[in-house]
Design a protein around this ligand. Structure first.
Ligand code: MIC
Ligand code: SF4
Length: 771
């Protein structure tokens, strides 16, 4: 049958799994006795390892077999280094590596690419060697950003992908369960083991109506981010449904799913639509669309009376245009309220830089909408934007297509700088040129997804906002973050008469896509040639270092442990292991560990005025409780480790929010962290800590955060005989000698406890492999 013959992608021989999924779905229905399945449940449950073992009791873990794995260069290095230790000859499922995070934006695409190839040669060589050795596809520098490439080439309705990047859910725009994970999770799947996911709850988002005026799919998710906050989606899959879904393009849905990461959702997804069919056809995958058409009713939509854990009702017509920020993507300001918000918060109204594109917003539709705004300005004699203006195409395919169609020229003629097809300024790979602006409080607006402090340019004075690309463009033209195109006017350059911008108009898809430079992709080499491929890691390298499996902590480490830092407020992975210049060391644990918690804000502790004064103004300076000396965070940690003292980190809400980077767990583990105790965790980070053998604990009573002091000594009672049911108690001896007992919770299952006992998950795999 045609279903069985359709390959998974243009680059894979493996067939689409639809036949298998249909058979499994029947088993799932029989096992659970349910005819009210959500789409997410259908896709998840048709990927479980064993339907007979399937349970939907709260607190269970699903054991899953995803269809593929994607990794980007900044996280793939650690994933590959771990895979090397597994000793396996090749990956068990189709996988790809994408070179997108390490390209510094400075002068524009071409010179920046040349520089990146020079400076990152060692890492690119390592990754392409790994791809050849283990049978993976390799998308070299310049090919584009992982999530865009996955959408264009690998995503398919009803499939399941995991990726070592938190925005992997982007592929939900094509109806895929797509989840961001740490490298160690990816290695499990690459090694042929099941991937373990805590059973998510399914939140239905019921869409009615149609977006109006300047509102775009980006605004829909900015609106939801405001509603749900950065942790409101934790533990949930966001499943969209309703007639409003049919009004959205596939790429628009991808934008919405991409930023589900910003509310902490496990992933987001949409049912199969006509726009998905169009997108698949435009990207050369009509055969997948034809197969999807056949199984759509059974597999690619929820049952008619699907049961959702909760439902959000949203009339698309009520969504205004937003500018979210600064410092957090859930800080939602309707564009119409920005004048008041700037006045109330003393934010400058001037816009210094506008940036569009990235993995979130660089579709053909996005860029044609942005250009439609530029055309209106040019028709009124405006020759260039008032703010600096940058464009990051998401892929070589997009870049080549907008070049062919003249859009690229329109951007550059308007003063826009087209950057490499890469992450660039989105992840702090940006040598910002307007250095004068950076000396004072200044605003930038991007069409990216995250806006944490210092993320884009490393500068504490920068207030970053996120918006749709067309809104960024309009604001860049006006040079004001307060510019509301629905009420404010621009001035005609010749007549000086005021004029208003009409709503942007875009084109969903080009008639055909241009592929551009196809040599940037290197496919898997024949199996027989793989064994001969050799790694060559220079022991003196500053960028790559083989991993040594962690040894278990001795029991004393859990007794009278020191508090390294009591982090206050937002502590994202960008605070725990900052990116930007540190991306250089993503393959070298010892070196990158020097950035540990360097951007975290330590709480005002009661250990003396000096530290109060210091920590208020400065991050990455802590009192070493053993010597009284002030040192960088990692130095204090190392000193404790050398003194054979265990230490803990104390954190606030949604600790570890943001990236999937497992460096945020590996670094504390390397330097002797036994536990991280917080009010709440972000999902991926909690999983990463477990994998590396660090106990993730939450206060049973969140107010106990205040009872645990930064100069306490903490004994973790209960850890000696840890079981999934153990109630761990922190016995905290305060500086004045008094003692508090603080109950904490853990979510470790038996397998995960075995990781802790072995030292780390990898230590356990290596031991099993050797046995
Ligand atoms: C991000 O957007 O923060 C990143 C950089 O893509 C990260 C991955 C990383 O830190 O390498 C992510 O989202 O997971
Ligand atoms: Fe790259 Fe930014 Fe997308 Fe992360 S969010 S993958 S850094 S473009």
């Amino acid at each position: 049958t045609p279903l069985l013959q359709t390959p998974l992608s243009l680059y894979d021989q493996t067939p689409l799994p639809y036949e298998r999924q249909l058979a499994k779905l029947a088993q799932v229905r029989a096992k659970l006795g349910r005819q009210d399945l959500t789409l997410a449940e259908k896709v998840l449950f048709t990927h479980v390892a064993d339907v007979e073992a399937l349970s939907t009791a709260p607190g269970t873990y699903l054991q899953l077999f995803p269809d593929r794995v994607a990794m980007q260069d900044a996280t793939a290095q650690m994933a590959v280094l771990q895979f090397i230790n597994s000793g396996l000859p090749q990956t068990a499922v189709p996988a790809t590596v994408h070179c997108d995070h390490l390209i510094d934006a400075k002068c524009g695409a071409q010179p920046d690419m040349e520089a990146a190839k020079r400076t990152n040669a060692e890492v690119y060589d390592f990754l392409s060697t790994a791809a050849r050795k283990y049978g993976m596809g390799f998308w070299g520098p310049g090919s584009g950003i992982i999530h865009q490439i996955v959408l264009e080439n690998y995503a398919f309705p009803g499939g399941m992908i995991i990726g070592t990047d938190s925005h992997t859910p982007n592929a939900g725009g094509l109806g895929m369960i797509a989840v961001g994970v740490g490298g160690a999770d990816a290695v499990d799947v690459l090694a042929g083991f099941e991937w373990e996911l805590p059973l998510p709850k399914i939140c239905g988002v019921h869409l009615t109506g149609r977006l109006q005026g300047w509102a775009s799919p980006k605004d829909l998710i900015l609106h939801l981010a405001k509603l749900l906050t950065v942790k409101g989606g934790t533990g949930y899959v966001l499943e969209y449904y309703g007639e409003g879904v049919e009004t959205l393009s596939a790429t628009g849905m991808a934008t919405i799913c991409n930023m589900g990461a910003e509310v902490g959702a496990t992933c987001s997804l949409f049912p199969y639509t006509a726009s998905m069919r169009r997108y698949l056809a435009a990207t050369g995958r009509s055969s997948i669309a034809a197969a999807a058409d056949q199984v759509a009713d059974q597999l690619l939509r929820a049952d008619a009376n699907a049961h959702y854990a909760k439902v959000i009702e949203l009339d698309l017509a009520t969504v205004p245009a937003y500018l979210n920020g600064p410092h957090s993507p859930d800080r939602g300001n309707a564009v119409a309220t920005m004048k008041a918000a700037c006045a109330a918060n003393n934010w400058p109204t001037k816009l210094s830089v506008g940036l569009i594109g990235s993995c979130t917003n660089s579709s053909y539709e996005d860029l044609t909408r942005a250009v439609s705004v530029i055309r209106q300005a040019r028709a009124h004699g405006i020759t260039q934007a008032k703010a600096h203006f940058y464009i990051s195409p998401g892929s070589e395919r997009i870049r080549a297509t907008i070049e062919r169609d003249g859009l690229l020229r329109e951007f550059t003629e308007f003063g826009g700088v087209v950057l490499a097809n890469a992450c660039g300024p989105c992840i702090g790979q940006w040598k910002r040129q307007d250095v004068e602006e950076m000396k004072q409080l200044n605003c930038i607006v991007t069409s990216f997804n995250r806006n944490f402090e210092k993320r884009n340019d490393g500068c504490p004075n920068t207030l970053a906002f996120v918006a749709s690309p067309e809104m960024v463009t309009a604001m860049a033209i006006a040079g004001q973050v307060t510019f509301d195109p629905t009420t404010d006017t621009l001035e005609d350059a010749h007549t000086h008469a005021p004029f208003q911008l009409a709503c942007p108009q875009g084109q969903e898809l080009p008639a055909t896509f241009e592929l551009g430079d196809t040599s940037l992709y290197q496919g898997p080499i024949p199996t027989a040639e793989r064994a001969a491929v050799q790694f060559n890691i220079n022991p003196a390298s500053a960028r790559l270092q083989l991993l040594v499996p962690f040894q278990p902590y001795p029991q004393e480490a859990y007794r009278e442990a020191l508090v390294l830092i009591k982090a206050q407020g937002k502590c994202t992975t960008d605070h725990i292991s900052p990116a930007g210049p540190w991306l250089t060391y993503r393959g070298h644990l010892n070196n990158i560990a020097q950035n540990m918690l360097s951007a975290a804000k330590g709480v005002d502790v009661q250990v003396g005025a000096t530290q109060n004064a210091l920590t208020k103004t400065k991050v990455n300076l802590l009192k070493n409780h053993l010597t009284g000396q002030f040192q960088e965070v990692w130095q204090v940690a190392k000193a404790y480790q050398e003194a054979h003292r265990g230490w803990v980190v104390v954190g606030d809400e949604n600790y570890g929010e943001g990236s999937s980077r497992e460096h945020a767990a590996l670094e504390p583990r390397l330097l002797g962290c036994v536990a991280v105790v917080v009010r709440s965790f972000a999902r991926i980070h909690e999983g990463n800590l477990k994998k590396q053998g660090v106990l993730p604990l939450t206060f049973a009573n969140p107010a106990d955060y205040d009872r645990l002091q930064a100069d306490d000594k903490v004994t973790l009672r209960g850890v000696e005989h840890l079981t999934p049911e153990t109630q761990i108690v922190l016995v905290c001896t305060h500086a004045n000698g008094t003692v508090d007992e603080i109950p904490v919770r853990h979510t470790l299952n038996a397998t995960q406890i075995a990781w802790i006992n072995a030292g780390s998950a990898l230590t356990l795999i290596a031991a099993e492999q050797a046995a």
